[in-house]
Ligand binder design. Structure first.
Ligand SMILES: [Mg+2]
Length: 214
């Protein structure tokens, strides 16, 4: 299964370029979400980080997949303020690990990349499901990826299940009370708002589907 589904560096470059464009486009929307329950900087912070990534990307062309994502992660870590910097920084640094010494990965390895990335976010943020964080989008997405793969769905369908689960997970944060981050201080008043991190993570995963070549 999935033997024809090989993803090269060009796919990953395209994904990061598109994420950078999308963050720019959605910058004010993400900041508005953060204004409701946080400190109104999420979109702004991410856009600073991804602008820098976009600027430096040409220097990373010769790196293997691991090296490329390590550079993406380090750049976000260094440039993105607030909690998002360490979280997305850890995500992308770990995401590349299965691509060590490689210019292309299998579909199974793509799953492994997401697995390592999501686990890194969970560890870094010490967050679990139901706390109104990006984990509420990322964890269900990862679980859906694994389930769909076990059911032998086609690669494209696996990616669709993955993104659908992220969307549903993000949507579910609206009814949650925040247990992490600044929003936690609002207690009950954090209910009724979409979590900005869950929203941005979902957007990012959507790009992996949009660019998916199969
Ligand atoms: Mg913020």
């Amino acid at each position: 299964m999935y033997t024809d589904c090989i993803l090269g560096k060009d796919y990953f470059y395209q994904v990061i370029e598109k994420i950078a464009g999308l963050i720019e486009e959605k910058r004010d929307y993400l900041t508005e979400l953060d204004a409701a329950i946080g400190d109104a900087d999420h979109g702004f912070n991410l856009s600073i980080g991804f602008r820098e990534v976009l600027k430096k990307m040409p220097e990373w062309k010769d790196k293997d997949i691991k090296g490329f994502f390590r550079s993406v992660g380090m750049t976000l870590l260094g440039k993105v303020g607030g909690a998002a910097g360490p979280l997305y920084g850890s995500f992308f640094m770990k995401f590349g690990e299965p691509g060590s010494g490689k210019d292309e990965v299998t579909f199974q390895e793509l799953f492994e990349m997401f697995k390592q990335g999501v686990e890194a976010v969970e560890q870094r943020g010490k967050a679990i499901l139901g706390e109104k964080t990006m984990v509420d989008a990322l964890r269900p997405a990862l679980n859906a990826f694994e389930k769909a793969m076990k059911e032998n769905l086609e690669a494209k369908q696996v990616m669709e299940a993955f993104v659908d689960a992220a969307r549903q997970g993000a949507e579910a944060t609206i009814d949650m009370i925040a247990k992490k981050g600044r929003a936690m201080r609002l207690g009950e008043r954090s209910r009724g708002h979409l979590d900005p991190g869950a929203a941005s993570s979902t957007m990012i995963l959507e790009v992996f589907l949009d660019c998916f070549p199969f």
